[in-house]
Every structure is written in structure tokens, then in C-alpha cells.
Design a protein around this ligand. Structure first.
Ligand SMILES: Cc1cc2nc3c(=O)[nH]c(=O)nc-3n(C[C@H](O)[C@H](O)[C@H](O)COP(=O)(O)OP(=O)(O)OC[C@H]3O[C@@H](n4cnc5c(N)ncnc54)[C@H](O)[C@@H]3O)c2cc1C
Length: 420
């Protein structure tokens, strides 16, 4: 057909874009990743690698190497209510090699993935390249990107552009695709406190519910990552009030952290996450596909953002790879197939998150608890419930399968460029 495989340009080297680059290049496509930042250093961006992701990397022959990097392993997901702790999910009950959620700084995960992509001859990762617009042909089809690097503005032609550039996607805007908000009632302030050897050994991923706020705790190699809930738009008022009310709430809800809350002295130690739950009605147009946060933003409650981006990449690679290997522009039906496969799962996850957001808003208004502790306690005692909850979170509602030809290359150890 053409002189070689299609030129795939992926905008954004986050978990979704970087994994898709790896899978497509491994399947024989020619891939360039353009990432606006010079490196992958980022904080408070979600560090959770679910069993699905670990099993996927294992199939690709990469999990052992990844897990040699420093990380923590979370076994439980727990709610702490006025009537005591409730374990809602126990990953330890999952079959398979990875009965845990690995918590690894996202920067290290991305460094690792970028190194794997760079080992493949058909792939390039270019950092310090900020995409500023799209190129179109006379029929309106997307045929490449315009980007800026240190030497100025450049054009890069492409047979397909994949917008994996996150929640504020420039590609999405340039394509005239608009995300529709599904409503979020909460914002989150993130900060860190150190771990002490005397901290509860089984605290991993824990949510502590109070009257007006909840506090989320995430274990990690850099200590406790703490998410403190604010009502949507409540940041200016919280800032005005200073860190004292935050310290008091954390100390009240998590008494074993009381000795360390004085370390939070300034708002400069916090990062605001404006929680959003939104989705683009159509994830593609001729020559262009959106994946991950660019197509759908997910609330961090449940830690599903990376999992959804990773699963989008797996599905996209399976649909796109055969056409990309053949060469030339990718047909619309291939792009549409990615959305058709992934949207039901994303819808399901977002619907659950919207329900949680509504409960949080109602709890703030009425003073009633977000979680009906008594009922939840009984339900989670039923046989198999904690395993089922762990499985649902570990794999998502519709886990996509890896394309057989990518799997085959992994099985044959193929970091090779044979055939392309
Ligand atoms: C504060 C915070 C906490 C979170 N906590 C969790 C959590 O605990 N668990 C979880 O699973 N998820 C969490 N998330 C969500 C998670 O980080 C995202 O869902 C996930 O990273 C989405 O991956 P992605 O590849 O789609 O996009 P991103 O990870 O957003 O990657 C997009 C990439 O595109 C690059 N980019 C942007 N614009 C351009 C451009 N114009 N040109 C070139 N490159 C560009 C960016 O620099 C970035 O590297 C959190 C998010 C935030 C903000």
C-alpha cells in the first residue's frame, strides 16, 4: 500500500500515551511521542498500578524489572467511620501473581516506560515538545501536528494523531471536541506527611470520614500522601482559613497522625486537585483519536485514572495496530472502534463516581454520614464481597485484552524491529 507503516504521532507522554507508544511500536507501527515537559517529574498525579496493569506488564515481560524499582504494596482498601474501620476490598484475595496495588511515584513509572519505548527502533520519545495545533488536509482530515520546541515552531505530518495530553487537552480543543461535565461536588488538597515505624502496618489505602470533610490516605515510598476534601470551589475560603483547620481535622480523624500534623505549616506544601468527572461525546474525528484523561476525566476517588488510561491504550493498540502496520491514513471505523470498546467501562466507572459525589454533597448538607456504616459493615462481612470489590477495582468493569501479535512479540522476547 504505502512505503511503510503509518506514522502515528502521540501527543502526551503520560501513562496512556507512553503505553500506547510502546504497544504500537511493538506491533510494528512507526510512533513518535511528543511530550511538553523536559522530564517526567510530577507529584500528586496518582501512583497506583493496579493488578490489571501489573499483569499486562508481566505479559509483556516487563513486570519483574518494574517491580525492582522502589514501591509500596497496598493490600486493603478501607473506610474508617465513626463506628469503626470497614475493609471494603482485599486485593490479597485475588488470584494471580499480583494480589496488591503497587504504589510507585508516577515519574518513575513513566521513566521506566519511556526507556522501554526508546529501546524499540520504530519509536521515538521527544520531550520539550509542546503541541500547539493540528494540521489538516483539504478535506478537513487531521494530517499532523504543529509543535514548539526550543528551536521554534515545527510541523510533524502524521497518518494518525492520538491526543493523550490529559485533562486540559490542547489536541481536544484544537479538534473542536468538547468534554461534557457530569458534575463533581468535591475538590482535593494533597500534601505529604512522613511515615513512622509505629503507624498501623496494614494502613494502605484508607478513607476517613468526618462531618464536613474526608481524609484519604495513600501509602508510598515518600511517606503518606494525604487527600483532604473541600467542597467544590472551596479553595479560596480554605486558604483564607489557613492550615490550622486542616491540621485539626486530620488529627481528629486519624489520631495516629496527630504528632505529625504540625509539619503542615503552609498552603505552599499542598497541591489543589480540582476534581472533575467529564467525557467527550465523540473521542475521534478523521485522523484523530483521544484516549485517557483527554477523552474522559475521572475522579481520583477509587484511583481509577491511570487504570482507565492504560486500558484505553491497550484497546487502542489492538484496534489500530493492524491498520498502522499496513500503512497510510487510519480508517475512521478503526478509530470509532476504540471508543465503542472503551466507553461502556468509562461510563460505568463515572456513574459510580457521580453517585459518590452526590452522597458527599448530601452528607455535607444534611450532616448524615456519607457511608451508612452499619449496612456497609454487614455487606462487607458476606463471603466473597471483599474479593469481588477488589476484583472490580483491580481490573475495571471491562478489562481489554492485549492484541495477540503484541503478546506474541512479548513471548518471543522481541525487542526487535523485524518486519518493519
Ligand atoms: C492531583 C491528582 C491526583 C491523582 N490521583 C490519582 C490516583 O491516586 N490514582 C489514579 O489512578 N489516578 C489519579 N489521578 C489521575 C491520573 O493522574 C490520570 O487519570 C492519569 O495520569 C491519566 O493519564 P493520561 O495518560 O491520560 O494523561 P496525563 O497523565 O495527564 O498525561 C498527559 C501528558 O500530556 C502532556 N501534555 C499536555 N499537554 C501537552 C501538549 N500540548 N503537548 C505535548 N504534551 C502535552 C503532559 O505533560 C502529560 O505528561 C490523579 C490526578 C491528579 C491531577
Amino acid at each position: 500500500m504505502s512505503g511503510g507503516p503509518s506514522r502515528c504521532v502521540i501527543v502526551g507522554g503520560g501513562p496512556g500515551g507512553m503505553l500506547l507508544a510502546y504497544l504500537l511500536a511493538r506491533a510494528g507501527a512507526a510512533v513518535t511521542v511528543l511530550e511538553s515537559h523536559r522530564d517526567f517529574d510530577r507529584d500528586f498525579r496518582g501512583d497506583s498500578l493496579h493488578p490489571y496493569t501489573l499483569e499486562l506488564l508481566d505479559q509483556l515481560g516487563l513486570a519483574d524489572e518494574l517491580l525492582r524499582l522502589p514501591h509500596e504494596r497496598a493490600r486493603y482498601f478501607r473506610f474508617h467511620t465513626p463506628s469503626g474501620p470497614i475493609t471494603t476490598a482485599d486485593y490479597g484475595k485475588l488470584p494471580g501473581r499480583f494480589p496488591f496495588v503497587a504504589l510507585m511515584p508516577q515519574a518513575r513509572f513513566l521513566d521506566f516506560l519511556a526507556a522501554q519505548v526508546r529501546r524499540l527502533p520504530a519509536a521515538q520519545v521527544r520531550t520539550g515538545c509542546k503541541v500547539t495545533g493540528l494540521l489538516h488536509d483539504s478535506g478537513g482530515r487531521v494530517r499532523g501536528v504543529r509543535y514548539r520546541d526550543e528551536s521554534g515552531s515545527r510541523d510533524l505530518p502524521a497518518d494518525v494523531v492520538i491526543g493523550a495530553d490529559g485533562r486540559f487537552s490542547r489536541v481536544r480543543r484544537a479538534a473542536g471536541l468538547t468534554a461534557e461535565s457530569l458534575g463533581a461536588s468535591t475538590d482535593l488538597l494533597w500534601f505529604r506527611l512522613p511515615r513512622n515505624p509505629s503507624d498501623p502496618p496494614d494502613a494502605d489505602v484508607d478513607l476517613f470520614f468526618g462531618r464536613d470533610h474526608y481524609v484519604g490516605l495513600l501509602t508510598g515510598i515518600a511517606g503518606w500522601q494525604i487527600g483532604y476534601s473541600l467542597p467544590k470551589g472551596g479553595y479560596p475560603a480554605a486558604r483564607e482559613a489557613g492550615v490550622a483547620p486542616i491540621r485539626a481535622t486530620v488529627a481528629e480523624l486519624v489520631p495516629w497522625l496527630a504528632d505529625r500534623v504540625p509539619l503542615l505549616t503552609d498552603f505552599a506544601q499542598t497541591t489543589l486537585l480540582s476534581v472533575d468527572i467529564s467525557r467527550v461525546p465523540q473521542w475521534w474525528k478523521p485522523g484523530l483519536l483521544l484516549i485517557g484523561d483527554a477523552a474522559h476525566v475521572i475522579s481520583p476517588v477509587g484511583g481509577n485514572g491511570i487504570l482507565m488510561a492504560v486500558q484505553d491504550a491497550v484497546a487502542a493498540a489492538r484496534h489500530l495496530a493492524p491498520a498502522a502496520r499496513a500503512g497510510g491514513p487510519l480508517p475512521d471505523h478503526v478509530l470509532a472502534a476504540v471508543q465503542a470498546e472503551r466507553e461502556p467501562a468509562v461510563r460505568q466507572v463515572q456513574a459510580a463516581q457521580v453517585r459518590t459525589e452526590k452522597r458527599a454533597a448530601a452528607a455535607r448538607e444534611t450532616g448524615r454520614p456519607i457511608v451508612p456504616a452499619g449496612l456497609l459493615k454487614i455487606v462487607t462481612m458476606l463471603p466473597g464481597i471483599r474479593r469481588r470489590a477488589a476484583k472490580a477495582n483491580a481490573y475495571g468493569p471491562v478489562p481489554p485484552a492485549l492484541a495477540p501479535e503484541i503478546l506474541h512479540r512479548a513471548e518471543t522476547g522481541g525487542h526487535d524491529s523485524a518486519g518493519y
